[in-house]
Design a protein around this ligand. Structure first.
Ligand SMILES: Cc1cc2nc3c(=O)[nH]c(=O)nc-3n(C[C@H](O)[C@H](O)[C@H](O)COP(=O)(O)O)c2cc1C
Length: 178
């Protein structure tokens, strides 16, 4: 394969794993949503997820204060809302109102589930040791919800600057992984 050099500032566009998620929080009685794609699985069970959430975001303050959130996983049908949610702040905007998304009560946390997302993971902050240095929260998933009718979810995978790859085909191969 012939290669050319690639700008370091764009390296994230190659590695960004996705899927893009919508993180909901609830602080002082106000629910909020942010779009998020810099996350990584860290453990099978209990499931641990690491998330980079910028200190400039309202969600950062909410998560730091409440130590709870929900990771909602949208599909391509919600692409426009994902971009809108990622381009305004809960400090100024009620994003549920703006996007018309419906909040549903979660079972173990105050933050709401987003009804139209095919999966929702209720989380508690498990470790904040990397928050000051990297804005990196380690979350433990304490309850997970899935819509069984969605067989092949067309999730969104951010490639930078408003470009998304949409998940497609599922293939099955023998594997020793869980
Ligand atoms: C596709 C997409 C992915 C994003 N990923 C992240 C991310 O991983 N971390 C982050 O801090 N902000 C990310 N953002 C930006 C936040 O969603 C954005 O700053 C948002 O306005 C924060 O809202 P808040 O102030 O209500 O918390 C992303 C935005 C988009 C559109």
């Amino acid at each position: 394969m012939k290669k050319k050099t690639f700008p370091l500032a764009k390296a994230y566009t190659l590695l960004e794993p996705g899927p893009v998620v919508l993180i909901t929080t609830s602080h002082k009685g106000m629910p909020n949503i942010m779009s998020q794609s810099w996350h990584t699985m860290m453990e099978f069970e209990p499931p641990l997820v690491g998330c980079v959430i910028s200190g400039r975001n309202h969600s950062f303050d909410a998560l730091k204060a409440t130590r709870e959130c929900v990771i909602n996983i949208p599909t391509v049908e919600l692409a426009k809302q994902v971009v809108a949610i990622g381009n305004c702040s809960g400090r100024k905007v009620d994003k549920f109102k703006r996007t018309g998304l419906t909040a549903v009560e979660a079972s173990l946390v105050q933050a709401p589930l987003i009804a139209k997302c095919y999966a929702n993971l209720e989380c508690r902050v498990a470790d904040t040791r990397l928050v000051n240095s990297y804005n990196f929260f380690i979350l433990e998933v304490i309850k997970a919800w899935i819509a069984p009718a969605v067989k092949s979810p067309k999730t969104l995978h951010h490639r930078g600057k408003g470009e998304f790859m949409v998940a497609g085909e599922t293939i099955k191969l023998p594997s020793h992984m869980k």
